[in-house]
Design a binder for this molecule. Structure first.
Ligand code: PSU
Ligand code: MN
Length: 297
């Protein structure tokens, strides 16, 4: 089966690809597993609106009805509930063939975007090295995906429940540029300050687009652009407390992120949910701006 039969494009995404218009890929894991229903769907829709406001076309990606879909409709997005599988790059094919509903992570979304030639993506926080490595030896497949594919992802750094300094070192090892959008340090997801240094600071979407273009022409793969959350929140103690509980309860692997995000949302009185939502939407908008700037080069 040729790849275009396996990947179903919405008419809008198909036309945008044919006309080489700016497109931003969006993930569905945060829709299904990052927020309690129905907040996830609202976050997905608000992210799409932010991409459109910047002048680009959103392509929200997931697996449904035996195929990979790029450009989910609002009705399709509603099907991404907590029952959806969480799909890293290795999980796409099995989910499609088995006809299950699958929500793509950053890595899973990048794999699809790369197959289609979509170069821009917005998300909340990248996966990375989990705390306590090498016990457990849990390193997100997001990192392998950014090393293998060619795209630019706007995010608020890596998720702060991770070992952020080790994640930053690994990004350097993998040759992934980490650009700070008007910041000198990689944002710590909920918190703006205190992260590791970026590899270069940029002042505008246009500058990020020009660096991406140069990086790709030099044979490079995915770049990150770190954008700080507008409202900064220090929840480091809460994160430690919740991670300890996750360990005691035997929560491991793919379940760690949803468990921690859910508990944080509850114990911060909804504050982390608000910050998380707003940073995801703002990152989608900035990804749209960079995609538009790249198209104008
Ligand atoms: N950031 C969020 N919410 C999320 C995630 C990141 O604000 O739900 C998801 C992303 O889809 C990311 C994934 O790709 O967590 C990484 O999961 P893991 O550590 O299991 O690889
Ligand atoms: Mn993991």
């Amino acid at each position: 089966m040729p790849v275009h039969d396996l990947i179903r494009l919405s008419p809008e995404v198909e036309a945008a690809l044919a006309e080489s218009r700016p497109i931003v890929a969006l993930e569905t894991t945060l829709v299904a597993h990052g927020f309690p229903a129905p907040v996830g769907v609202e976050v997905g829709e608000a992210s799409e609106a932010a991409v459109r406001a910047a002048g680009a076309i959103p392509a929200t990606i997931g697996v449904l009805d035996g195929g990979v879909v790029a450009g989910l409709t609002a009705a399709e997005l509603e099907r991404f509930t907590t029952d959806a599988r969480k799909l890293g790059p290795r999980d796409l094919a099995a989910c499609a063939v088995q006809g299950a509903v699958g929500a793509t992570t950053v890595g899973g979304t990048l794999a699809v975007a790369a197959a289609l030639g979509i170069r821009f993506m917005g998300t909340g926080g990248l996966g990375g090295v989990h705390r306590g490595w090498p016990l457990p030896p849990d390193v997100s497949a997001d990192l392998g995906a950014v090393a293998r594919t060619r795209a630019l992802i706007v995010c608020s750094g890596s998720k702060s429940l991770l070992d952020v300094p080790s994640t930053s070192e690994l990004l350097e090892t993998l040759g992934v540029p980490v650009l700070g959008f008007r910041v000198d340090t990689l944002p710590l997801f909920y918190a703006a300050d205190g992260g590791p240094p970026v590899s270069a600071r940029v002042e505008s979407a246009d500058e990020a687009a020009r660096i991406a273009d140069a990086h790709w022409r030099l044979g490079g793969n995915t770049l990150l652009v770190g954008r700080a959350p507008d409202e900064s929140l220090d929840v480091s103690e809460l994160i430690e407390e919740i991670l300890a509980e996750a360990g005691e309860q035997g929560v491991a692997g793919q379940s760690v992120t949803p468990f921690v995000l859910g508990a944080l949302h509850e114990r911060s009185g909804g504050k982390t949910r608000r910050v998380n939502r707003d940073l995801i939407v703002a990152n989608a908008g900035l990804a749209g701006e960079v995609a538009v700037a790249y198209g104008a080069l």
